[in-house]
Design a protein around this ligand. Structure first.
Ligand code: NAD
Ligand code: UFG
Length: 356
């Protein structure tokens, strides 16, 4: 079992992945500045994983460090401490970053700084400690308005916003880095489609700050009565019911995809692996609303309004490479997504702020 550094591990995808990795037996150091998350998420992960405590009362296998990926001193200390304890960091799973598309248009400097410069700082620290195994959170946003669907990894990279540009730049940097030092770097760029849902226990889930930009948390908050109604952005798209189609992936499937990617990197020769993580199935906005109503037993009132800038009609992954390279495919359905998402939202109507 490995000693891993998880950046952004308190966030939505990170917390679910930490649970899967702990259950696998790995030891984790989580580095997070909590700019978009709460340490409570990781306390709940620790409880779900039933971690034991050492004789001096320290929790085993999960250490939390509050800090910034762009802080080289903090990273040095973290790598050095792990080394001194005789458990050097063997791999990094890098979730930390900013992810709101609209915000990235308004604040490109901040996005480039955290997503690209911050990642550069992390990579430099990794390199100087000979830790050259990395799983990176990339995004289907790289494909912009896709020319074909389902979208294979070979589709053109044509991001349409600063967030997407920053992810594309990191992918390029990772390729350049691997080429500069052949046979050293083991890298997986995982291009997520639309991660949604929650752990089935309902104790960890997505907790966006303020008004959600994304469909799934918005629908959940309407169902729980936190918001009045959903605006459906466009009813005149060239799709089966006129609303946009996306490839929604259960966050636990996604978390398991990280476990598989890590196993593959450890087992195979040095490489840069670039994979879509999606289900290969599409659901329209109205199909999501209907499935959520069914799962929750609540009405989700909505009104159809104009299209949102920057949306594509249909975005569906071609997940064949992930199956081929990792033996991984999604196991959970849209109904599972809605049931588990509702378990989280109904038990935590205001997210992690509720129970502490
Ligand atoms: P999230 O915001 O819930 O998690 C990101 C975590 O990183 C948070 O805990 C945040 O506090 C932390 N963080 C941010 N800046 C940091 C910094 N400078 N130093 C240390 N920690 C920092 O987001 P998520 O949905 O869990 O996404 C995780 C990753 O996956 C991100 O890189 C995101 O771009 C990518 N991604 C997300 C989606 C999605 O729809 N959720 C889709 C594709 C890709
Ligand atoms: N939508 C609504 N009403 C809302 C929110 C969304 O109708 O209040 C619609 C959108 O127009 C779109 C669909 O629901 O048709 C999905 O929208 P999301 O915002 O949930 O997701 P996107 O596909 O736009 O983008 C998400 C992330 C990106 C990421 C991309 C692919 O926001 O960062 O998935 O992973 F890159």
């Amino acid at each position: 079992m490995a000693q891993l550094l998880i950046t952004g591990g308190a966030g939505f995808i990170g917390s679910h992945t930490c649970l899967v990795l702990l259950q696998e037996g790995h030891s984790l150091i989580v580095l997070d500045n909590y700019s978009n998350s709460s340490p409570v998420a990781l306390e709940r992960v620790a409880a779900l994983a039933e971690l034991s405590f050492s004789a001096n009362g320290e929790r085993e296998r999960l250490e939390l460090v509050q800090g910034n990926i762009g802080d080289r001193e903090c990273l040095e200390q973290l790598f050095n401490t792990a080394c001194k304890r005789g458990k050097p960091i063997e791999a990094v799973i890098h979730f930390a970053g900013l992810k709101a598309v609209g915000e990235s248009v308004r604040e490109p400097l901040r996005y480039w700084n955290v997503n690209l410069t911050g990642t550069g700082c992390l990579l430099a620290a990794m390199d100087s400690h000979s830790c050259r195994t990395l799983v990176f959170s990339s995004s289907a946003t790289l494909y912009g308005y896709p020319d074909t669907t389902p979208i294979p990894e070979t589709a053109p990279i044509q991001p349409i916003n600063p967030y997407g540009h920053s992810k594309a730049a990191v992918e390029q940097l990772l390729h350049d880095l691997a080429a500069s030092d052949p046979n050293q770097w083991r890298i997986a760029c995982l291009r997520y489609f639309n991660p949604v849902g929650a752990h089935p226990s309902g104790t960890i889930g997505e907790d966006p700050l303020g008004r959600p930009n994304n469909l799934f948390p918005f629908v959940s908050q309407v169902a729980v009565g936190r918001r009045e109604s959903l605006q459906v952005f466009g009813g005149d798209w060239p799709t089966r019911d006129g609303t946009c189609i996306r490839d929604y992936i259960h966050v636990m499937d996604l978390a398991e995809g990280h476990r598989s990617a890590l196993e593959c990197l450890f087992a195979e020769p040095a490489q840069v692996l670039t994979l879509n993580l999606g289900s290969g199935q599409g659901a329209s906005v109205l199909e999501v609303v209907q499935a959520f109503e069914q799962a929750s037993g609540r009405k989700v009132p909505y009104e159809v309004v104009g299209r949102r800038d920057g949306d594509a009609a249909i975005t569906i992954a071609d997940p064949a490479s992930a199956l081929h390279r990792l033996g991984w495919r999604t196991q959970r359905t849209l109904d599972d997504i809605c049931l588990d998402g509702w378990a989280w939202q109904s038990a935590n109507p205001s997210g992690y702020g509720d129970l502490g």
